[in-house]
Write a protein that binds this ligand. Structure first.
Ligand code: AMP
Length: 114
């Protein structure tokens, strides 16, 4: 999608601190980290949010979640764990309308969210 910032990152049109890339997925560090480890895992395909996932995207969703887990382990969260978050639409706190999984770790995180 032309004016989507995460599509632009996926196409290499704007820079990001990349962690991982394959044909379908990229992962990069969040620009405003909320924990010592804070990165985003996104599909290259423009899917606006979790509620717009279609049946044909289900395998991709599985790959995204598994890649988030794998990268969290590689970035030092294997022993103490991490939080995997998908904000969805306005009440969910989503600010970038391109589906993404936040992975936060490296410190204890509070619950419930504010
Ligand atoms: P959300 O509020 O769930 O939509 O999260 C969007 C996240 O994207 C926020 O944590 C932002 O800090 C992050 N973000 C926005 N623009 C960029 C960017 N250009 N590079 C990396 N992270 C970004």
């Amino acid at each position: 999608m032309a004016d989507c910032i995460f599509c632009k990152i996926a196409k290499g049109e704007i820079p990001a601190r990349m962690i991982y890339e394959d044909d379908e997925i990229i992962a990069f560090h969040d620009a405003a980290p909320q924990a010592p480890v804070h990165f985003l895992v996104i599909p290259k395909k423009h899917i606006p949010n979790l509620m717009s996932v279609e049946p044909g995207d289900i395998a991709l969703m599985g790959r995204l979640l598994n890649k988030a887990r794998e990268l969290a382990e590689q970035l030092g969260c294997a022993e103490k764990g991490a939080r995997f978050v998908i904000n969805c639409k306005s009440d969910g706190g989503q600010t970038v309308d391109h589906l993404h999984i936040h992975v936060l770790g490296g410190r204890p995180l509070g619950w419930p969210p504010g």
